[in-house]
Ligand binder design. Structure first.
Ligand SMILES: [Zn+2]
Length: 286
């Protein structure tokens, strides 16, 4: 019993004693704040990442991609234990820089898959160092190939911060007004990244205008059908809407009979599929 309730109780006892014939009303119940929606959770994570990268970098410390990824996924997982599960593959891919994550949006009868590669903006030089390395092209190709083989869509997630001084149009979301720290976590199609690497347009100023806040995936219905459609359908339509120009093939929804074996397991699986660090499973609703 907390202090407020104790004081209320005590007051009621006092009043009862003093005026025994008064009708007594029950104190109003203390209502807990509503649980944030999945959309709010993604937005909050984005703001947290933005702040965290900045504060770490201010003391000369750069967080690595796997660390940021795991912290984000852990947070969503613990916030929505009945809807979200995070499975980590503890075998060969564990902790390896460059291993992908699979995001599985599961509906009643079908699911939709994304294969996600995370890249971080290094604040010291404000560059995506990993995209400038000699094997960036090959790594991007590998992500696209693995995704195609697996009926999933290849997506890059970027972790960003310190973007206040950037000029030009960097806001692609049509549903929310510009909020720079919602660009803490963004997404961009791997096809578009491949094109950018080929054209050597991989500076922050080239790439940021092509990134969407990652919350758009679960928040924004613009171009993704009506609100009544289920989340996994919405995510697919959102991907179609965002990347229609890239002339890429968007994978179909997959019947749930074909859900991968690790969906029905615990939070750790020893033998994950090649190149995957783990999987984030989000069900349509509780
Ligand atoms: Zn949006």
């Amino acid at each position: 019993m907390n202090l407020v309730q104790r004081i209320l109780d005590w007051t009621i006892q006092m009043v009862k004693r003093r005026f025994p014939n008064l009708p007594v009303f029950a104190p109003p119940p203390i209502i807990p704040p509503p649980k944030p929606t999945l959309c709010q959770a993604f937005q909050t994570l984005s703001k947290d990442v933005y702040a965290k990268l900045r504060s770490a970098s201010a003391v000369g410390f750069e967080l690595s991609e796997p660390t940021v990824t795991e912290l984000c996924l852990e947070q969503i997982g613990t916030q929505y234990p009945d809807r979200v599960r995070v499975v980590k593959f503890t075998g060969t891919a564990e902790g390896k820089n460059g291993a992908d994550w699979e995001w599985l949006f599961v509906g009643k009868s079908h699911h939709f898959k994304l294969r996600v590669q995370a890249k971080k903006l290094y604040l010291k030089d404000m560059e995506y160092g990993a995209l400038k390395s000699s094997d960036a092209d090959a790594q991007c190709d590998k992500l696209i190939k693995s995704a195609n083989k697996d009926q999933s869509f290849p997506l890059y997630v970027f972790y960003n911060s310190n973007l206040e001084d950037l000029t030009g149009n960097v806001w692609r979301c049509g549903s929310y007004s510009m909020n720079i720290d919602l660009l803490g976590c963004t997404t961009m199609s791997a096809y578009s990244i491949r094109e950018s690497i080929k054209n050597n347009q991989i500076d922050l100023a080239d790439l940021l205008p092509k990134q969407d806040p990652w919350s758009c995936l679960v928040c924004c219905t613009l171009g993704s059908g009506n609100r009544s459609s289920e989340l996994h359908e919405q995510v697919k339509k959102r991907i179609e809407f965002a990347y229609a120009d890239d002339e890429v093939e968007i994978p179909e929804l997959i019947p749930n009979e074909k859900l991968p074996y690790y969906v029905g397991t615990g939070n750790y699986v020893n033998d994950g599929p090649e190149g995957l660090a783990g999987v984030l499973i989000i069900r349509d609703s509780e």
